[in-house]
Design a protein around this ligand. Structure first.
Ligand code: AMP
Length: 428
């Protein structure tokens, strides 16, 4: 299938070809036609599938079909959980709308509101926003959402995880009743289904990326290691392997900070990215990581969500996530857009239960390799570590069908489902 056959305008096709895209990804093939018809869409898609273009391209087409009115009221509102994701979506919109007469901007917290307000005053067709700043500006009477025609909730699951439900409900109250609604989510918990049912009208359901999948181009590997030797091991792996770009996951913000310090002391240029970091520090860390001046980016799950870092060769789970779905999200950061990637987990005995749940979820036994001198004490306690940050509730994963290899399906779609279980995200 080509982009031409999706019914997109010449101006959009020109921008798409300038981006170098030749074939629409599965989520784009499935989501674009119903959105163009004005239908509500419930889409299952995570970062890396091309989902952003899946909703921005048809929105641009729909909005460009009518003449801009005086004052340019906001006609499309895209809500996202994180500032980074918001900024990335806007960057995409700017590129795709290069040949259209449409204006777009982004608002998020953590930075001075004045430049954002100035932008809004000039008239904006498409607004990308995080919920907090949007409500803040709306409460100050600096923003009107009365003319919104198309609402997008992007990464809706993560918005709920981050506690934005009340904010979303507040936003919904100030939107016109009659509008088109698009909801994108990587997973579908009961809470997401409830939210979707309250918002979407006869939605078309598209599922190009079934949830809880692992990616073909990714080789997964576990290094069993004594807990206290993890730092030493990761430094050894990076330096001896001469790794150039590694995304490292820790479970906590403090853990991310500590590891970053150790890495820098060992001569590995690293920065941490998590919710306690200011916007400036986060942007700088991401930039440094993308342009190669930083070797390692140490992130918590929420901070890493939605970051578009193409061609990532290594993802390291310094600690296994206690929520198995987070493992899938984490390793999905490598092997994107056709690149090969390696997802390595440093696994200590106290994480035995986490690993069991992850393997059940992804439906495979992840290969293990011992590294001499780092093996854990066979008698070490397998008791799980204490969990913090409200992520206290865990549920057992249901039985998953086994697959025969650690290498599975591919990027930009064509992923294979290994689980339909999502209800464990409830109560997070
Ligand atoms: P997303 O899932 O929206 O974060 O997109 C993931 C990456 O895929 C981004 O770097 C996009 O620029 C890229 N991308 C989106 N659509 C296509 C396409 N049809 N062909 C190739 N790359 C794409």
């Amino acid at each position: 299938m080509s982009f031409n056959s999706l019914g997109l305008s010449d101006s959009l096709l020109k921008a798409i070809s300038k981006k170098g895209y030749t074939t629409p990804s599965p989520i784009q093939q499935k989501a674009i036609p119903p959105i163009l018809k004005g239908q509500d869409v419930l889409a299952s898609a995570q970062t890396g599938t091309g989902k952003t273009a899946g909703f921005t391209l048809p929105i641009l087409q729909l909005l460009s079909q009518t003449q801009p009115v005086r004052n340019r009221p906001i006609r499309s509102l895209i809500l996202t959980p994180t500032r980074e994701l918001a900024a990335q979506i806007l960057a995409n919109i700017k590129e795709y709308s290069e040949f259209l007469d449409l204006k777009s901007t982004v608002i998020f917290g953590g930075v001075n509101q004045n430049p954002q307000v100035t932008q809004l005053r000039q008239g904006i067709d498409i607004l990308v926003a995080t919920p907090g700043r949007l409500i803040d500006l709306h409460n100050q009477g600096l923003i009107s959402l009365a003319k919104v025609e198309i609402l997008v909730l992007d990464e809706a699951d993560r918005m709920l995880d981050m506690g934005f439900l009340r904010d979303i409900e507040r936003v919904l109250k100030v939107l016109p009743q009659k509008r088109q609604n698009l909801l994108f989510s990587a997973t579908f918990s009961k809470d997401i289904k409830k939210l979707a049912m309250g918002i979407l009208q006869n939605p078309i359901q598209v599922e190009a990326t079934p949830e809880n999948t692992t990616v073909d181009a990714i080789t997964q590997l576990i290094y069993p290691v004594a807990k206290e030797k993890k730092t030493e091991l990761i430094i050894k792996l990076i330096t001896e392997g001469n790794w150039k770009q590694i995304l490292v996951f820790t479970r906590t913000k403090q853990g991310a900070n500590k590891l970053t310090e150790f890495m820098n002391e060992a001569g590995i240029k690293a920065a941490a990215i998590h919710g306690n970091k200011g916007q400036g520090a986060r942007t700088k860390a991401l930039e440094g990581f993308k342009n190669g001046s930083l070797t390692a980016l140490v992130a918590t799950d929420i901070a890493a969500r939605g970051l578009d870092i193409p061609l990532l060769p290594h993802v390291v789970n310094f600690e296994l996530p206690n929520i198995p779905e987070d493992y899938v999200h984490r390793i999905g950061r490598t092997g994107r857009a056709g690149a090969n990637g390696k997802a390595i987990s440093l696994f200590s005995p106290d994480e035995t239960v986490f690993l069991r749940d992850i393997e059940k979820l992804v439906g495979l036994t992840i290969p293990k390799e011992n590294i001499k001198g780092f093996e854990p004490d066979p008698n070490a306690s397998k008791e799980p570590i204490k969990q913090g940050q409200g992520r206290t509730q865990r549920f057992s994963a249901p039985k998953q069908p086994k697959v025969d290899s650690a290498k599975k399906t591919n990027n930009l779609g064509n992923r294979r489902t290994t689980s339909s279980n999502n209800d464990r995200r409830v109560n997070r």
